[in-house]
Design a protein around this ligand. Sequence first.
Ligand SMILES: *Cc1c(COP(=O)(O)O)cnc(C)c1O
Length: 348
Amino acid sequence: MRSFPAPLRLRLDSDALVSNWQWLARQSGAAACGAAIKADGYGLGAREVMRRLIAAGCRDFFVSNWHEAEQLETLLETGTCLSVLHGVREEDMPHARISRAMPVLCSPGQIERWKAAGGGECHVMVDTGMNRLGIDWRNDVAALVEGLPIDTLFSHLASADEDSPLNALQRERFLAIKARVAARRYSLANSAGICLGRDYAFDLTRPGIALYGGIVHDLAARHIRQVVFPEAQVLQRRRVIAGDTIGYNATFRAPADMDIAILNLGYADGYLRSFSGCGAVFVEGERLPLVGRISMDLLAVDVTGKPGIGEGQWLGIDYALSRAAAASGLSQYELLTGLGNRFDRIWV
Ligand SMILES: *Cc1c(COP(=O)(O)O)cnc(C)c1O
């Protein structure tokens, strides 16, 4: 915690986070439900997310690299598992061999590297059609992993948030690999994959975005709750006269006299300029529009007719993820992971 408060903060709803995980766990049926907490828990703060989800009963956590894992290892309890999705580079090996986190080996080279260092328990990623990370499903995967004790065999869906034939195709390819490669568990589904049904859950699911309030499937819209509520403080209230312009490049000209509030939030905090002209702030349940361009650290809101809004007041930014994504053209993932470290992160 900082010694005095920042002029911008994220209000983070613990109940909503846990309730989202519980819903995803129910949708996963008999499969265990983990949590992707890479990119600092999608911008919320991975340690705080992990602590809350462990308390809720979550046992499997996923990060991308070993620096992320290192920050979180101390939170691991018996029975909890932290997996590093990008596997092991040569540079990672000294740390990976002594770490309590486990690599998800992604390429023949990584498998060789792990075997040469003595092998031991690991996960393996198979690519079933996304062509990102993982052993190509057309390879002889069983021969490649021969002798390795595999905890979980993973694959990842490319289009789970769409009704695409690729989903069933990837699942079939994964089933074929499963029949030939022995592992303790099999895991395919991310948030959207969970919404495709129990056939996609296998033994372990790996939601990320939906934990944090992302709506990636119609089915989730009624159940997933918003977790992240950005708020910024008013630094100044000013009177603008008809014909005045507001902000850089004078993109907004006041059609009449109006009052504006200048808030301590800008694109350097991840609130990008694509919200200029479409972003909004909540005041007493009402949505007030932004006016003019968003600056690096500041933005302007039309508060005409709201005499109660003045210096020092906190206003909530409209950050319902699917609406904010549609308005700004940014993905729900970008909206969360871009939130900068000038925000205080306050869990309630
Ligand atoms: C990020 C990631 C996830 C989580 O995906 P969401 O779409 O955020 O639910 C799951 N599995 C892998 C391999 C990932 O990289």
